[in-house]
Design a binder for this molecule. Structure first.
Ligand code: SAH
Ligand code: SF4
Ligand code: F3S
Length: 481
C-alpha cells in the first residue's frame, strides 16, 4: 500500500553537497512523502523511538525524533506506530538479547499496519554479524543503519520510501561531525550535549571503541553555541556527554582541556547546572578538580568508573591506572569537595578474577564509600581482547561475587544518603511523580532523587527542599520554608 507515489521527488542534480544542507534537502522531500501517505491513510503518521542504551544513545534518539517531527510524523506513546525505531545498545550480551527478544513480535505488528516502517540503528548494528542475522531472519525490517551515519537519517528515510525491501547502510567509520540538525529534547528545561564521540581507550572488555569508532572532539565554539542556544530556550541544566570527557580537546586543531571548556560553559547566562559523563580515572586532572571546586554551576557529582579494585585486573582490563591511583584520586576529590557524590561502575567476573582480586574491589568500595554504583556481570563481547582470554570465571562464581558486591555497595550508598537527612538542598524539579500525582520528583546537585508535594508549575524550577526522610536511595521532602 505504501510507496504508491505519483512522483519520484529526488532530483540527483539538485542534491546539495555540503552538510547539513544535504539533509535538509532530503527532509523536505521526506516531508512531501509523509504528507502524501497521511493523505492516503486519512490520519497523521505516527512514530516511536525506543532507546536501549546509555545517555549517548538517548541523545541520538532525540536527533532521530527531531528529524521525524520535522518531516511531519507525530510522536506516539506506544510501539504501535507508523515508524518504529529501535536505537540499540550492545555493551553487554543482554542488551542484544532484549532487541532480538522483541523483534519477532514486531513482524506481527507490521502485518496489521500497511503504513508501518521499522528501523534499527545504534551500536548493535555496527557489529557485522548482527546486520547479517537481521537480513536473514527478520526480512520485515525496512531500514538498518549504524552510529556513524546517523546524521544521514533523513536521506535514509527517503531511500526507504523509494525502494522495495530492506535498506541497509552501515559505515565502518565516521567521516565528519555534522552540526545543526533538528532535535527533539525529552525535557524542555534540561538536556544533554555531546562534546565528543567515539573512544580510543580500548579497555579490553569493551565493545564501544569498535561500534562508536575513534575519539573525535567537537569544536568548543560549536559546543558553547549549542549550550547558549539551549539556555536561551529555557534549559537550566546541561549534561555534557563523552565516553571519556577528561580527554576532551586533545586532538583539536587548537587543543583545549575539558576543565577549560567547563570554565567557559560556566559563563553562559541562564544556565544554572552543568553535569558531565563519563570521567576516566586515568585522565582526571587536578585542574578539573579545582574548576569543579570553584564553580557555582557544576554539580557536586562525579561518576568515576572503577571497574575493578585489583591492580592486576585493571592491568588486564587495560584501564591504565591502579588501585592506589584510584584511591588517591578519590581522596583528592573528596578533600576538595567534601559534599560531592562519587558514583561508579564495577564489573564482576572479568577473566582471571580470583577471590583475592574480588576482595580488592570490596576493599575499594569500603574505602571510597560510593554514593551509588552500577554493578555488572562481565559479559563476553566478540572481537574484544578479553573475549579470548583464558580463565573465564564460571557463572556461579560470578553470581555469588555479584551478590556480595551489591550488598556492600547498597550498605555504603544507604549510609551516605542518610547523612543528608534533615538538611536543606536545592533540587531541580523534573516531573510529576509516577506513582503519586500529588508529588513531584526533583534531583539534587549530587544527583540524588527527592519526592515532595507539589504541582506541575514547579517543573523546570530549582527550589530549596528540606530532606525530611531518607528512604535508602531517595528522599521524601518538602519545599523549605
Ligand atoms: N566510557 C565509560 C563507560 C561506557 S560503558 C567509561 O569508560 O567508564 C558503561 C559501563 O558498562 C562501563 O563502565 C562498564 O562498567 C560496563 N561494561 C562495559 N563493557 C562491559 C562488558 N563487556 N561486560 C560487563 N560490563 C561492561
Ligand atoms: Fe569502553 Fe573503556 Fe572506552 Fe569506557 S573508556 S567506552 S569502558 S573502552
Ligand atoms: Fe552506549 Fe550501549 Fe553504545 S552503552 S555507546 S549505547 S553500546
Amino acid at each position: 500500500m505504501r510507496r504508491t507515489f505519483d512522483l519520484r521527488l529526488v532530483d540527483k542534480r539538485r542534491i546539495p553537497e555540503s552538510e547539513p544542507e544535504r539533509q535538509y534537502y532530503f527532509m523536505d522531500i521526506a516531508k512531501e512523502y509523509v504528507r502524501q501517505l497521511a493523505e492516503q491513510k486519512g490520519a497523521p503518521l505516527t512514530f516511536y523511538v525506543k532507546t536501549f542504551g546509555c545517555q549517548m544513545n538517548a541523545r541520538d534518539s532525540e536527533k532521530l525524533r527531531g528529524i521525524l517531527e520535522y518531516i511531519g510524523y507525530v510522536g506516539a506513546d506506544t510501539e504501535d506506530a507508523d515508524f518504529l525505531i529501535y536505537n540499540t545498545c550492545t555493551v553487554r550480551e543482554n542488551a542484544n538479547n532484549k532487541v532480538y527478544g522483541r523483534l519477532g513480535g514486531l513482524g506481527r505488528l507490521k502485518k496489521k499496519n500497511p503504513y508501518m516502517l521499522l528501523g534499527l540503528c545504534g551500536c548493535m548494528m555496527q557489529e557485522p554479524s548482527v546486520a547479517e542475522r537481521i537480513r536473514e531472519s527478520y526480512p520485515f525490517v525496512d531500514l538498518v543503519f549504524g552510529t556513524h551515519n546517523l546524521y544521514r537519517f533523513a536521506e535514509l528515510i527517503v531511500t526507504t520510501f523509494e525502494t522495495e525491501g530492506m535498506t541497509i547502510d552501515i559505515w565502518e567509520a565516521a567521516d565528519r561531525i555534522v552540526e545543526d540538525l533538528p532535535q527533539d529534547r525529552s525535557y524542555r528545561f534540561k538536556s544533554c550535549v555531546n562534546i565528543m564521540f567515539g573512544c580510543d581507550n580500548f579497555c579490553s572488555y569493551c565493545i564501544v571503541p569498535y561500534v562508536r569508532g575513534r575519539e573525535r572532539s567537537r569544536e568548543p565554539e560549536e559546543i558553547l553555541r549549542e549550550m547558549k542556544e539551549m539556555a536561551e530556550d529555557g534549559v537550566v541544566e546541561i549534561m555534557l556527554l563523552g565516553q571519556n570527557v577528561n580527554s576532551y580537546g586533545k586532538t583539536l586543531e587548537h587543543p583545549m582541556t575539558f576543565a577549560e571548556l567547563l570554565r567557559r560553559a560556566e559563563q553562559i547566562e541562564g544556565l544554572q547546572r552543568i553535569r558531565f559523563m563519563t570521567s576516566h580515572p586515568k585522565d582526571l586532572s587536578d585542574e578539573l578538580i579545582s574548576v569543579m571546586r570553584d564553580s557555582k554551576k557544576i554539580c557536586r557529582h562525579l561518576h568515576l568508573p572503577l571497574q575493578s579494585g585489583s591492580s592486576r585486573m585493571l592491568k588486564r582490563m587495560n584501564r591504565r591506572y591502579d588501585k592506589e591511583h584510584y584511591l588517591a584520586l578519590a581522596e583528592r576529590i573528596r578533600a576538595a569537595m567534601p559534599d560531592i557524590a562519587l558514583t561508579t561502575d564495577i564489573i564482576v567476573g572479568f577473566p582471571g578474577e580470583t577471590e583475592e582480586d574480588f576482595e580488592e574491589t570490596l576493599d575499594v568500595v569500603r574505602k571510597v564509600r560510593f554514593d551509588s554504583a552500577f554493578t555488572f556481570l562481565y559479559s563476553r563481547r566478540t572481537g574484544t581482547p578479553a573475549a579470548s582470554m583464558e580463565d573465564q570465571v564460571p557463572p556461579a562464581v560470578m553470581k555469588e561475587r555479584f551478590d556480595r558486591l551489591l550488598a556492600e555497595v547498597q550498605a555504603c550508598a544507604a549510609e551516605r544518603a542518610m547523612a543528608l537527612q534533615g538538611q536543606r538542598r536545592p533540587a531541580l524539579i523534573e516531573e510529576i511523580n509516577e506513582q503519586d500525582g500529588a508529588l513531584v520528583t526533583g534531583r539534587l546537585s549530587n544527583n540524588a532523587v527527592v519526592h515532595l508535594p507539589g504541582t506541575a508549575e514547579l517543573i523546570g524550577k530549582i527550589v530549596d527542599v528540606e530532606l525530611l526522610e531518607c528512604k535508602g536511595f531517595y528522599y521524601m521532602g518538602r519545599i523549605a520554608r
